[in-house]
Design a protein around this ligand. Structure first.
Ligand code: GLA
Ligand code: ZN
Length: 705
């Protein structure tokens, strides 16, 4: 696998936004102002032309590059760089009307009308060649332009197309995988409900009653996106091999197995929009963002990455589009940087006057000037990012503990009736997030890794709800454990193989009964308002925890019982177990633990395994990026309350006002501090931490239209 590490070179952290000059071509003054406003927020770059195909190619084969030439020149002159987009994210009307095959077909067989976006057929040869053609033009014209820093390929590729082209490509994909129908019928268990296939052409693209087909369909769709992406990049790589290519991911998006995409790209970019706090408490939400960033770190294989989209204020698509509270935005930006982001880009630079995203947050509002709260916050972020220049290129810290994140288990669960709730539920993703949060609350750093990742560097591997477990993955995890590692598995482990067929011989499969020293005989599901008490000394004083949602009926077969169920007809059955396995240990948690119990489990484990741990008050987080001249460390208060911490001898600086702190310190709500990178440009320390400030910079208030 190619290592995704070739970020566009820069001697500082990149800062910018999605920029759509093509929407303002009749207002040249606005375009001029954009450049000076970008300079005022200390931007370095912009992603340009993401949805600009028609502006570039108004009719088939007739190009209009004048506006992009001007834009590239303006950027070069101002010392700004361009992440030049290939425009495949939405289709020109002339193309989708002339060639309906480029439009996607729904699962019900309805061809979508022209319009919309992110809705092309990924198989269509017409679309693939139209995309390759415009991309070739862009590469020929701008490949050597001094402003070009990165190819932003397409936009948030995802979704399914059920057209006849996709259907026959699916058949070819299946033939390559299974060679003969006998094998396919066997692995899909097709004697069930008369599903036996007698001709390849009979195979549908969707059949909710066929659990094996559904998983293979999702694999095919994923492969099809990757091959579409490769097709887009071919002319770019041929004509300008020196410019890295990326595409913007969507974190844990359901249908895209990004582990597979990462190897095709030169660097990893992600879009993430943390929504403002809910009543559940902002630190939980912020740890949810850390979870996403950790996944991105894993996708980037430990190299720095790009936050390609976030909002400088609100979005326009959530249920309640709240504004971010003062201090929150800066913290979210720095949180990404602390997790390895070397670039922070917004969606969007300027609000359009029309169109579906006219109310989405932007650096520049409809009013048009720099005289806004959001602009001032963005300018403050720009200053802080400039000051953090020494952080650029530093690798984010690697952990000793890893969680296995597995899209295939999500797909298999989604395709299986029974182990998930009837309403939307994503048990694998939820389990990974809950265990991530619990580990972090116990003071333990965590990486997110692929099921086929190298394990040797880890002391502990946690595989939450690893429902689909191949013999090969089970073998690798067992080998890791025998060699001295610790493996934590949970409820819903090893129910099915890679074809979504249940393992014979008792769960957890395949053949893991011996490794875990237990047999999972059956599963009880709880009502939403129901829970079951668990007892065990590992839960600390009082020795109890709560199980919700899902409770497996385990039989110890050699494992030591650490905790038992304490209510219901299954009282006294083991629910948390530990087993010796070679030089290592396995642990099995057969129930969905409520938060505090899960945290206690990892506290217990940290002391049993002597894991490195940094215990801070709940919601206070410390993150490191490693440098040759010593690490740069970040310290955050994710809560909206003041929190007291003892920094000991360490001196941290507030990233807003430069205030130095050490020893016993009170962190303001949403405080963000740094150690090991006190930039010269910071003002002399002030006597009290001001957080946040909105006094500078001095910005003109004149509207500019
Ligand atoms: C996505 C898209 C952008 C924009 C934003 C709005 O991330 O890539 O084009 O629509 O959402 O939040
Ligand atoms: Zn199609």
């Amino acid at each position: 696998m190619k290592r995704p590490s070739q970020l566009p070179s820069a001697d500082r952290l990149r800062y910018g936004a999605d920029y759509n000059p093509d929407q303002w071509l009749d207002q040249v003054q606005v375009l001029e102002e954009d450049i000076s406003l970008m300079q005022r927020v200390q931007a370095t770059s912009a992603s340009i032309g993401i949805f600009a195909w028609t502006s570039l190619e108004p009719s088939p084969g007739h190009y209009n590059f004048a506006w992009l030439d001007d834009t590239m020149e303006r950027f070069a002159k101002a010392g700004l760089s361009v992440f030049l987009a290939t425009p495949s994210g939405s289709k020109p009307m002339w193309l989708s009307e002339q060639h309906p095959e480029v439009r996607r077909v729904t699962a019900e067989g309805r061809r979508e009308p022209s319009g919309g976006r992110h809705n092309h057929c990924p198989t269509s040869p017409v679309y693939r060649s139209a995309v390759a053609r415009i991309n070739r033009q862009l590469a020929l014209r701008y490949g050597k332009h001094p402003a070009l820093a990165l190819w932003h390929v397409g936009n948030e590729l995802n979704g399914e197309c059920h057209c006849l082209l996709c259907r026959s490509a699916f058949h070819a994909w299946l033939q390559k995988r299974y060679h003969c129908l006998e094998t396919l019928n066997r692995v899909w268990w097709n004697s069930f409900w008369n599903k036996t296939i007698t001709e390849w052409t009979q195979i549908p693209t969707t059949d909710p009653g066929n659990d094996g087909l559904t998983v293979d369909w999702l694999r095919f769709v994923n492969d099809q996106h990757v091959s579409f992406l490769e097709n887009e990049m071919a002319p770019l790589r041929e004509l300008c091999p020196h410019v890295p290519c990326t595409t913007n991911f969507m974190g844990t998006n359901r249908s895209t197995n990004y582990w597979q995409w990462a190897g095709s790209l030169d660097c990893i970019a992600n879009d993430h929009y943390p929504l403002p706090d809910d009543r559940a408490g902002c630190w939980r939400k912020a740890l949810g963002t850390d979870f996403i960033h950790s996944l991105v770190r894993g996708l980037a294989d430990g190299a720095p990455w790009l936050l390609m989209e976030c909002s400088p204020s609100s979005v326009n698509w959530s249920r309640i589009n709240k504004l971010k509270r003062p201090g929150v935005h800066l913290q979210e930006v720095l949180q990404a940087v602390a997790n390895g982001a070397d670039a922070i880009h917004y969606f969007q630079w300027r609000k359009g006057l029309g169109g579906h995203e006219k109310y989405h947050g932007a650096v520049i509002d409809h009013e048009g000037s720099s005289d806004s709260r959001v602009f001032r916050e963005c300018a403050e972020v720009g200053k802080v990012l400039r000051d953090l220049a020494p952080v650029a290129g530093l690798a984010p810290e690697r952990a000793k503990v890893a969680i296995i994140y597995d899209w295939e288990s999500r797909w298999a669960l989604e395709a299986s009736a029974g182990p998930k709730k009837a309403e939307e539920s994503d048990r694998h993703n939820e389990a990974c997030l809950e265990h991530f949060r619990a580990l972090r609350c116990a003071g333990i750093e965590v990486d997110l890794i692929a099921p086929n990742a190298e394990l040797a560097a880890y002391r502990l591997v946690v595989s939450p709800a690893l429902y689909s477990l191949s013999a090969e993955t089970a073998r690798r995890l067992t080998k890791f454990t025998i060699a001295g590692g610790a493996w934590v598995a949970t409820y819903l482990t090893g129910y099915v193989d890679e074809h979504n067929r249940c393992w014979r011989g008792g769960f957890p499969g395949p053949n893991l009964r011996e490794v875990f020293g237990l047999w999972n005989e059956e599963v009880d599901y709880l009502f939403d308002d129901e829970n079951v008490r668990i007892e065990g000394a590992l839960f600390g004083p009082g020795g109890s925890a709560t199980a919700t949602d899902i409770v497996e009926q385990l039989n110890a077969e050699g494992a030591q019982t650490l905790a038992t169920l304490a209510s219901e007809f299954y009282a006294n059955r083991p629910i948390v177990l530990r087993n010796n396995c070679g030089a290592g240990n396995t642990f099995y948690i057969g129930a969905r633990l409520a938060e505090e119990g899960c945290i206690s489990f990892y506290e217990y484990l940290a002391s049993e395994l002597d894991l490195p741990r940094l215990v801070l008050p709940r919601g206070v987080v410390r993150k490191t990026r490693a440098g040759a001249d010593g690490p740069v460390e970040f310290l955050f208060n994710y809560t909206r309350e003041e929190v007291s911490v003892d920094l000991g001898e360490d001196t941290f600086h507030c990233l807003v006002d430069g205030h130095a702190c050490h020893g016993k310190t009170t962190l303001r709500p949403y405080a963000s501090l740094v150690k090991g990178c006190r930039p010269a440009s910071l003002p002399p320390p002030s006597p009290t931490p001001l957080h946040p400030t909105h006094e500078e910079p001095q910005l003109s208030a004149s509207p500019r239209r």
